[in-house]
Design a protein around this ligand. Structure first.
Ligand SMILES: Cc1cc2nc3c(=O)[nH]c(=O)nc-3n(C[C@H](O)[C@H](O)[C@H](O)COP(=O)(O)O)c2cc1C
Length: 385
């Protein structure tokens, strides 16, 4: 089972829905990065369960940094973070231990690993609990990127087809951190909240689209053939559970356009630098960053675990069966998926920054660390929940 991503900044995730701990090992972090439990807890707050509109699983998400730091700074060795699963409640799943859930990973897991090894509690390794480890990795990546003046922010663009195609600025995307649904403004937040509450009472779910933006991106990140930044981003985004689609820039819309419509003029900006006029390619051309904002989108499918009955096969009798999942589920996984998609983009960018030498591979100076930490503290203050 491959559980790692990245070449220079390598994230390994471990743990299952009901294991004692879940966590992350992050390798490739230069020495001298300030890193605290508070930094990680702050980022984890954006994917937390037990809030209105998301899964009712009550987890404290208390990250413990067990290796790789000394006096609050990374040492250059792997950083290991462990988080105790305090609310797994395996008994909740006992009644459905013979009923694989349509749309979840149960069917393929049983075929690959065998029923005898199937951890049916909350999806085992396929549980979205694993995404906590990604957000931990994303927190580290964001701090590294901040050293280089690059930031990443995502927001919820649509739910169940309700949303718009407006171009959203980076600061609007960042502003979504103030809203429970991660919509980009209060109007969409109110609308999304209403849709989610309705789905909840109907025992149903809906899909959604998350858009991720990165600003202050260095031009020239990515290679022309097999280490394209677009392919690394696609791979990272598509590894998120329930992700069913990836696009960047115009994405799928470009397939219905004429060349003249999709053409993005090359112009000079106020400082005389070259750029594209409309950034229709989402900050990437030829698999290499242009220096404009990166814009990628992730489609999330509707949550498969729903109260409305679904047909399956009873594994004990091998007769047709029916399953209605009455548990702790997200009516729209895309809401918490915002924090996860954001982390994935940050991890990919930090990986490329290390590869290209934009970030030092061995050591960060105390002066650079102090300057970054000041900005990071301001970010945490502004978006404190
Ligand atoms: C943040 C997040 C929360 C999720 N919550 C749930 C959930 O509550 N119930 C569920 O059935 N699936 C949930 N999922 C999706 C499943 O983990 C996913 O469908 C499953 O692993 C199968 O993978 P696939 O959909 O990519 O094929 C969630 C996904 C994410 C990213």
């Amino acid at each position: 089972m491959v559980s790692s991503m990245g070449r220079h900044l390598v994230l390994t995730t471990f743990g299952e829905s009901a294991s004692k701990y879940v966590g992350a090992v992050i390798d490739g972090i230069p020495a001298g990065l300030p890193l605290s439990q508070e930094d990680l807890r702050f980022e984890l707050g954006f994917r937390r369960t037990g809030r209105k509109l998301v899964s009712g699983r009550r987890e404290e998400d208390n990250p413990d940094i067990v290796s790789g730091t000394y006096n609050g700074y990374t040492t250059g060795s792997p950083v290991t973070v462990m988080v105790r699963n305090s609310d797994p409640q395996p008994l909740l799943y006992r009644d459905v231990s013979h009923l694989p859930r349509p749309g979840h990973a149960d069917l393929s897991f049983i075929k690959k690993y065998g029923r005898e090894n199937w951890d049916y509690v909350g999806g085992g390794r396929s549980s979205a609990r694993e995404t906590l480890s990604r957000v931990i990795g994303g927190a580290v990546a964001k701090k590294l990127l901040m050293l280089a003046g690059t930031q990443v922010a995502a927001y919820l663009k649509s739910i169940g087809g309700r949303g718009d195609n407006d171009t959203v600025t980076f600061s609007e995307a960042m502003g979504s951190k103030r809203f429970p649904t991660r919509a980009r403004n209060s109007e969409w937040d109110a609308e999304f909240s209403e849709i989610i509450s309705r789905l909840f009472s109907e025992g149903d779910s809906a899909g959604g689209i998350v858009e991720v933006l990165a600003s202050g991106v260095f031009p020239g990140m990515g290679d022309p053939v097999f280490w394209k930044i677009k392919s690394a981003l696609a791979s990272a985004i598509m590894s998120v559970p329930a992700a069913t689609g990836f696009e960047y820039g115009l994405g799928f819309r470009s397939a219905g356009m004429k060349g003249s419509e999709a053409s993005d003029s090359i112009v000079r900006d106020s400082s005389g630098d070259l750029r594209t006029e409309r950034n229709l390619s989402g900050g990437i051309l030829g698999g290499i960053t242009t220096g404009s904002d990166i814009v990628v989108r992730c489609a999330f499918k509707p949550t498969s675990s729903i109260r409305k009955p679904a047909k399956t096969v009873d594994l004990d009798t091998m007769e047709p069966g029916s399953i209605s999942v009455i548990g702790r589920h997200d009516p729209v996984v895309a809401v918490r998926g915002v924090a996860v998609a954001e982390a994935m983009v940050a991890l990919v960018l930090a990986d490329f920054y290390l590869y290209e030498g934009i970030l030092p591979s061995s050591r960060i100076s105390r002066a650079a660390a102090a300057e970054m930490e000041e900005k990071w503290k301001a970010y945490m203050k502004e978006y404190a929940q």
